[in-house]
Design a protein around this ligand. Structure first.
Ligand SMILES: NC(=O)c1ccc[n+]([C@@H]2O[C@H](COP(=O)([O-])OP(=O)(O)OC[C@H]3O[C@@H](n4cnc5c(N)ncnc54)[C@H](O)[C@@H]3O)[C@@H](O)[C@H]2O)c1
Length: 322
């Protein structure tokens, strides 16, 4: 398997590259920003290519030069930058994804994994929200609330079209909220959990006035990598869209408890209630727990990181990368 990771120097790409390496696969990391900060320790073990998914020729050249057989398509703009520049977000999201799928079609790529998000669903309400948190399945209606979610739904649909019309095996993975090293620096406000962990590591005081009781499926980036790897290699596949999370809800209060056990001198105060003050409307309405039974059954996906293991891995990664 020769794997190209678009957006390979990002948060999820860096961890996916590490997992592939541990399975003896030397991935090609393509990114339009040569920021090696998340891969400084493995930079000599992977292929690094500066390239833009908006440039079809450079995609084709990489595929030919490295005899690529599988693509993990991660390059995208996050919600904040997408709202700030809708045209660019659409270009990178939609045109970029079509470029990847066209290149896959032209070069008989075995599998394309598209990384979507729970933002595709939009508001999660009723029985799927507090207090019942009935797990959300893949067939939950998609009514995205922000541009990022709109682009995800659009690209999922295009991926499905390419599979049905041209036989390009595009697998869609929809992720819940993710925490992982690098997200805090790159995604800022989107990374509340990372911010809490890093503030505790830096011996800073953490004080959040509320939201400590809200449940949310929150996954460590190591399980993102597992899902991407399984979606690349599981053959044959009979399902093409998967909800990926932990299948459990955790609260900020749980984060506080685990961090205090790891850092006994940590100064964290998280107030009760369901809302973190100042959280954007879109995020406030998306707390939920994913039903991951389809991924378990068809991909053999089995989340490895509970909160203790995830936070420990996060702390170790930050210490390694700093
Ligand atoms: N982090 C999350 O919480 C989360 C949740 C659900 C889904 N996802 C999805 O996972 C994927 C990866 O997310 P991430 O957290 O690693 O984001 P990231 O921002 O850390 O990484 C994305 C990478 O794509 C690169 N990129 C952007 N435009 C590009 C272009 N035109 N050509 C080549 N590279 C380009 C960026 O430089 C960046 O390194 C995205 O599709 C994202 O929507 C992330």
């Amino acid at each position: 398997m020769n794997v190209l990771i678009t957006g390979g120097m990002g948060v999820n790409g860096a961890v996916t590259a590490r997992l592939l390496l541990s399975h003896g696969i030397r991935p090609v990391l393509m990114d339009n920003r040569m920021d090696l900060s998340l891969i400084s320790d493995i930079k000599n073990d992977v292929e690094l290519v500066a390239g833009d998914i908006l440039d079809p020729q450079s995609l084709e050249k990489i595929i030919t030069d490295y005899r690529i057989t599988h693509i993990a398509h991660l390059a995208a703009l996050m919600p904040g930058p997408a709202e700030a520049d809708p045209r660019l977000a659409m270009k990178v999201g939609v045109d970029g994804t079509v470029n990847v799928l066209e290149a896959a079609r032209a070069h008989n790529i075995r599998r394309v994994v598209y990384t979507s998000s729970k933002a595709a669903f939009g508001a999660i309400t009723g029985k799927h929200a507090y207090p019942e948190y009935l797990p959300v399945k893949e067939d939950h209606p998609c009514n995205p609330l922000d541009l990022y979610g709109v682009i995800k739904v659009c690209c999922e649909t295009i991926g499905n079209y390419y599979r049905e019309r041209y036989g390009v095996e595009c697998v869609v993975l929809r992720f819940v909220s993710i925490y992982g090293p690098g997200k805090q620096a790159r995604h800022g406000a989107l990374s509340l959990h990372g911010q809490i962990i890093e503030d505790v590591m830096d011996n800073k005081e953490v004080s959040i006035a509320g939201g400590g009781d809200q449940r949310n499926d929150t996954m460590y980036v190591g399980d993102v990598a597992q899902a991407i790897f399984l979606a690349l290699k599981t053959d044959p596949l009979h399902q093409w869209t998967f909800n990926i999370g932990t299948g459990k809800g955790v609260t900020l209060g749980d984060f506080e408890r685990v961090l205090k056990s790891m850092f006994p001198r940590a100064r964290i105060k998280i107030g009760p209630g369901l809302e973190v003050p100042g959280m954007k409307e879109m995020r406030k309405n998306s707390y939920c727990i994913f039903d991951i039974s389809r991924a378990r059954e068809h991909l053999g996906y089995n989340p490895e990181y509970d909160l203790e293991k995830g936070i420990k891995a996060y702390v170790e990664a930050i210490r390694r990368l700093r």
